[in-house]
Write a protein that binds this ligand. Structure first.
Ligand SMILES: [Zn+2]
Length: 236
């Protein structure tokens, strides 16, 4: 039987993921039970359970003082995550090229066009980041494969600490929108190979951007990868 407490726990868990996603709880930031309970206006029990759940999936870890903090991904984890995302997003794009309806493709173009307007109007970067997520979610749906959707949803908790930082590289947004536009052109053309290739490249570029934001110790590696990072289009 599903109790109110279960529902609350899941709601708090999901709210925490979104908050981490929005950077409200940055990697390494403390997750304090009482503060979270106050913030969401609930008792401590569902918060404790939600935090436990977050810890179980690796979204939170304990520091040397046994304080629960938002997990930061180490270098290897980051690479492993992006390797898998490249495969999943590439497959989603391939299937979308095969199965997306014209209406779904139109919706995706609307997102790309709106993003181009946002960038031209120099809006807050966080709006563009939210829009990026919308684009990918819509693309996932357009793949019409519930198992793939399930896998992508499962990746969500692992990706939460990534979202904010990955788009903070200067002038990243125009290129990202450009890549979305390219990808979409391939889906519209029903070219499955090209769509998968474009999606993989987009994810790989995100990875490179991510590496750039890391410490100087990684700079050399990032430079090597960055050599492959070439802007791919002028937006329509
Ligand atoms: Zn994207």
């Amino acid at each position: 039987m599903v109790t109110t407490r279960d529902v609350l726990e899941i709601e708090i868990f999901s709210a925490l993921l979104d908050a981490i996603d929005r950077g409200e709880y940055p990697a390494g930031g403390r997750l304090v039970e009482t503060e979270i309970a106050l913030r969401y206006g609930v008792s401590r029990t569902p918060v404790r359970l939600a935090l436990k759940r977050l810890e179980t999936i690796g979204g939170a870890v304990r520091d040397a003082r046994n304080t629960l903090i938002v997990a930061a991904l180490d270098y290897d984890q980051l690479g492993e995550l992006y390797d898998l995302m490249e495969v999943l997003e590439g497959t989603a794009a391939r299937l979308a090229a095969r199965r997306a309806s014209p209406a779904e493709i139109d919706v995706l173009y609307e997102i790309v066009d709106r993003d181009a307007d946002l960038i031209q109007n120099n809006v807050d970067e966080s709006l563009i980041i939210d829009s990026d997520k919308r684009f990918h979610r819509q693309l996932h749906k357009a793949s019409h494969n519930r198992y793939l959707l399930g896998m992508l949803n499962q990746m969500h908790p692992a990706l939460a600490p990534l979202a904010r930082v990955s788009l903070t590289a200067p002038k990243r947004s125009p290129q990202s929108v450009c890549e979305h536009s390219d990808l979409l052109d391939q889906i519209k053309a029903r070219d499955e190979d090209a769509a998968e290739h474009a999606a993989r490249k987009h994810i790989r570029n995100s990875y490179i951007r991510r590496l750039r934001t890391r410490s100087h110790a990684l700079a050399e590696n990032a430079e090597t990868l960055a050599a492959e990072l070439v802007p791919t289009c002028a937006h329509r």
